[in-house]
Design a protein around this ligand. Sequence first.
Ligand code: PFF
Length: 475
Amino acid sequence: MSEIRESVHGQWSSRWAFVLAATGSAVGLGNIWKFPYITGENGGGAFVLVYLVCIAIIGIPIMMAEIMLGRRGRQSPMNTMRTLALEAGSTPHWAWLGWMGVLAGFLILSYYSVIAGWALAYVFRTGIGTFDGQTADGVAHIFQSFLADPEGLLFWHTLFMVMTMLVVARGVSGGLEKAVKFLMPGLFVILLILLGYALSTDGFGEGVTFLFKPDFDALLFKVGEDGVKIWNPGPVLTALGHAFFTLSLGMGAIMIYGSYLPSNASIARTTFIIAGADTAVALLAGMVIFPIVFANGLEPSAGPGLLFQSLPLAFGHMPWGAFFGTLFFILLVFAAWSSSISLIEPAVTWLVENHGMDRLKASVVMGIACWAFGLLTVFSFNVWSDVRLLPMFETFADKSIFDLLDYLTANIMLPLGGLLIAIFAGWVMRTEATRDELDMGEGLAYRLWLALVRFVTPVAVIVVFLHAIEIINVG
Ligand code: PFF
């Protein structure tokens, strides 16, 4: 295994510290905020099924590959890719993969911080009992007026970005490790309590059916103006993109965390734990939110506001609602926090390695730049809600700035990053090197992993891409 290189940024104190931090990165807004709303927008069960298949046959092998690359290279993603490419006798241009990751992380954090800001604001709102006894319309109205106020959004976005940079500046073991230790168990417990409430509503059956009963028509077709069914590959791409987003894959975040992993930890076992916890949280969140949605006659396809328009209703009506509501949003903020630090970590390590900056300065520089870019998202929910940056392309013509950033990063950049990671791990690196680093022996498990990264992932990502950009035209 890779005893040769040491990371200059430090190392996790144990395998568990890595598992916690990587789970902290994976579990975030993607699970609790995004997964339910994209499931609602894409018709429910069939979407969930495709997402689960993507996690199993694409997400897990790529996560193993990404951790492996990180641990072998032990530097920022660009420098890791360059070193490993040279080691394998390939071109140093593989460093571009790292660059794309840095850019993706930067873009994602710019909007992630705005949404995390919503969660911060809701900590206080639930705390002061804003939602007590509110109707569905009342809760929706509170959310709409919240979005309509750019100064408010800006305040919370700023606060969240400062929180992120404070942890990043303190470095791997100082900041990141400690932040996640209490979060995961806490999040599980509060979701289970909310599940108890969801069970008591009369929407539980309908909610769970929506989430788990596949209706492939709803997934694969949309109804055109003249009532004719049209083939629509978009949701499958969204499910694939979300598998990457939710596991923090395809942009170097898990690679950089892997670079702090001690050499003797089992990559496969670690990956299963992280992916399992991540999937469990997403499904739990869905099982909490959809019953509340159906019990209150809300629209499952409400979009990014789904979480913020459904859960406060529950908090407004359940015993101890203000208490549980505040606790829930605090935990959501923590989950977002432990993800946001990993989004910016590749960029910060790069500034430290290649520009000789200290961590503090690198964090401040990146934080300010990302904060400023986040203004685009802040305004896209109000004063610029009609602005379209790429109206000339059909796919983007109806997308607000926030929707566009989300689409470009989650549906394009992350799967593309994942594809390149799979090709690199499967085809460019020598099998002796991957076998040595994964330490799974030469048996079935290793060969299965190799087949998945060599064939299944590249073919799946390419086919979904080509369909989605409508090069292959079926139907
Ligand atoms: N996985 C995080 C979530 O589900 O909220 C988001 C994320 C973090 C995506 C880090 C990508 C990343 F590198």
